[in-house]
Design a protein around this ligand. Structure first.
Ligand code: URA
Length: 288
């Protein structure tokens, strides 16, 4: 990927995390001309002190180092080992999820989140579900109870699930992050990358046919997208084996009840697609 695209994505990530200003760094003027290297091709760098003395004045302070762009950490050996085992039957999937959840419980990658969490919030639901829901991150209630979507947004999500004719236990529910960000701020790009291994692991184990991304954070992270959920909704996108539908987050609906109409349209589209794929069994969320 070209560097300028990484930088653009990084800046968009910062923006979606609520960071609108970065400290400016005064970079030195580029050198107008370079001394030709001596015969042999090497230029010996002069010690900074000698250079400063010969220039007769102090050198300007070095510019502050630019923070490294967020990077995905190498996968943990434990995760790799878990995902190498067979994961076909519901029992195998259940066991793999349990083991991966244990890895997550000990994760310290995002030090401040690991220090402030009451517990990690891995995921819940049918290990063999054909539908997976992906949210943003645990809030205070989820942090306290260890289960995703159990607070006010979760109660609204349960109503949406019921209106679609499904039961919560038939769906597998997880988040982009498994630890609560302080004050419920948006996940930072590095936090999302740190946790991506676990989201990918859960998707690989459950192997859903359909994924619903609830909100911009879920949609952009899962799909590596920069468009907002308002632009991504109302259509199916693909992620691995799964058809993905993005729609507004239940927390957004609590603040903007008029958007419920669009979410309901999205869910109708979702159910119609399942019905089309499965030949008229849209209510059976747990079975492919
Ligand atoms: N919001 C989310 O995105 N996930 C939760 O688990 C709870 C609230």
């Amino acid at each position: 990927m070209p560097d300028n695209r990484i930088s653009r994505q990084f800046l968009q990530w910062l923006k979606s995390s609520g960071i609108t200003h970065l400290p400016t760094v005064n970079l030195p003027e580029p050198a107008k001309s370079l001394k030709k290297p001596k015969a042999g091709g090497r230029v010996t760098p002069r010690p900074a002190a000698a250079a400063a003395t010969s220039a007769g004045k102090q050198q300007p302070a070095r510019p502050a180092a630019t923070p490294a762009p967020p990077a995905r950490p190498a996968p943990l050996a434990e995760t790799v080992a878990i995902l190498e085992k067979p994961m076909t039957t519901a029992a195998e999937k259940q066991s793999a999820l349990q083991l991966l959840g244990d890895v997550v419980a000990g994760c310290q990658r995002c030090t401040p989140l690991a220090e402030s969490r009451q517990q990690s919030v891995f995921g819940v639901g049918d290990p063999n579900a054909s539908i997976m829901f992906v949210g943003e991150a645990p809030g205070a209630d989820e942090d306290r109870l260890g289960e995703p979507f159990v607070g006010a947004a979760g109660q609204l999500l349960d109503k949406i699930i019921g209106a679609c004719g499904w039961k919560r236990e038939q769906i597998y529910i997880c988040n982009v992050l498994r630890c609560r960000p302080p004050g419920n701020r948006n996940p930072l790009p590095q936090e999302a990358l740190n946790c991506r291994e676990f989201l990918d692991g859960q998707i690989r184990i459950v192997n859903p046919d359909y994924i619903v991304c609830w909100g911009t954070v879920a949609a952009q992270n899962l799909l590596q997208e920069t468009r907002s959920v308002g632009r991504l909704r109302g259509q199916f996108l693909q992620h691995g084996n799964a058809k993905v539908l993005c729609t507004y987050h239940p927390s957004y609906l609590l603040r903007n009840p008029s958007a419920k109409k669009q979410v309901w349209e999205d869910m109708q589209l979702f159910m119609a697609q399942i019905e089309k794929d499965q030949g008229g069994q849209a209510g059976e969320a747990g079975e492919a």
